[in-house]
Design a protein around this ligand. Structure first.
Ligand code: FE2
Length: 216
């Protein structure tokens, strides 16, 4: 896989966990133990943020900025803003996972809201990268830049622990099967309800309606 294929493969992995987190948010609302959020927090911080956003921010975005794209406006600024918003929401989930017996009803609701907001945020974010930023970047970089990206990504992933985090993701998907909003609640889809869903009638969110995205 080249660098862009690697990022998109990681997107598919993250989307599966978003489906599981969506399932868990419903269970949390119904009284599930908040400490079970710790597995999601470990995956989201270790894989989605450190492994995936790390490659984007430290390597891809840096290269695009060096080649003339703005950091303060346009797609990269929006992606960085999304990453920061996501980190804030994961911090809410992390606090909730440590609340144990002191978990008040208002805190439970806050955690449920944060989980659902994170799922929606990341689904839209991934869609924007897959359909706007990555094709734009792929088309604008020279072949030598693309080779450098491939090499830097491989070096970044050396010893990153991504393999064990993928195993954690598989356990989470087994414990909390992703549900598709278009199907009966008891009917797991298996690959999560994401923006690439092709099931007829699936009420896929339309990221183009997102206020922050308008104007591109
Ligand atoms: Fe991404």
């Amino acid at each position: 896989m080249d660098a862009f294929e690697t990022l998109m493969d990681e997107h598919r992995q993250i989307e599966r966990i978003l489906g599981s987190l969506e399932t868990f948010a419903t269970r949390l609302e119904q009284g599930a133990d908040p400490s079970l959020l710790s597995g999601f927090v470990e995956f989201l911080r270790g894989f989605a943020d450190r492994t995936h956003h790390g490659k984007e921010e430290e390597i891809l975005f840096s290269l695009l900025i060096a080649r003339g794209m703005s950091r303060e406006a346009g797609p990269i600024a929006v992606m960085l803003h999304d990453h920061d918003q996501g980190r804030g929401l994961v911090s809410v989930l992390a606090r909730a996972s440590e609340a144990a017996d002191a978990f008040a009803p208002a805190e439970r609701q806050e955690a449920v809201r944060a989980a659902r907001r994170f799922v929606a945020l990341l689904r839209h974010h991934i869609y924007k990268e897959d359909t706007i930023l990555f094709p734009m970047a792929r088309g604008s970089l020279r072949p030598s830049d693309q080779r450098r990206l491939d090499w830097d990504f491989a070096a970044f992933d050396q010893g990153s622990g991504a393999a064990s985090l993928r195993q954690l993701a598989a356990r989470l998907a087994e414990d909390f099967p992703p549900m598709c909003a278009s199907l009966e609640a008891s009917e797991p889809v298996g690959n999560g309800c994401d923006l690439h869903c092709t099931i007829a009638g699936c009420p896929v969110r339309n990221p183009w309606d997102e206020p922050m995205f308008l104007g591109y």
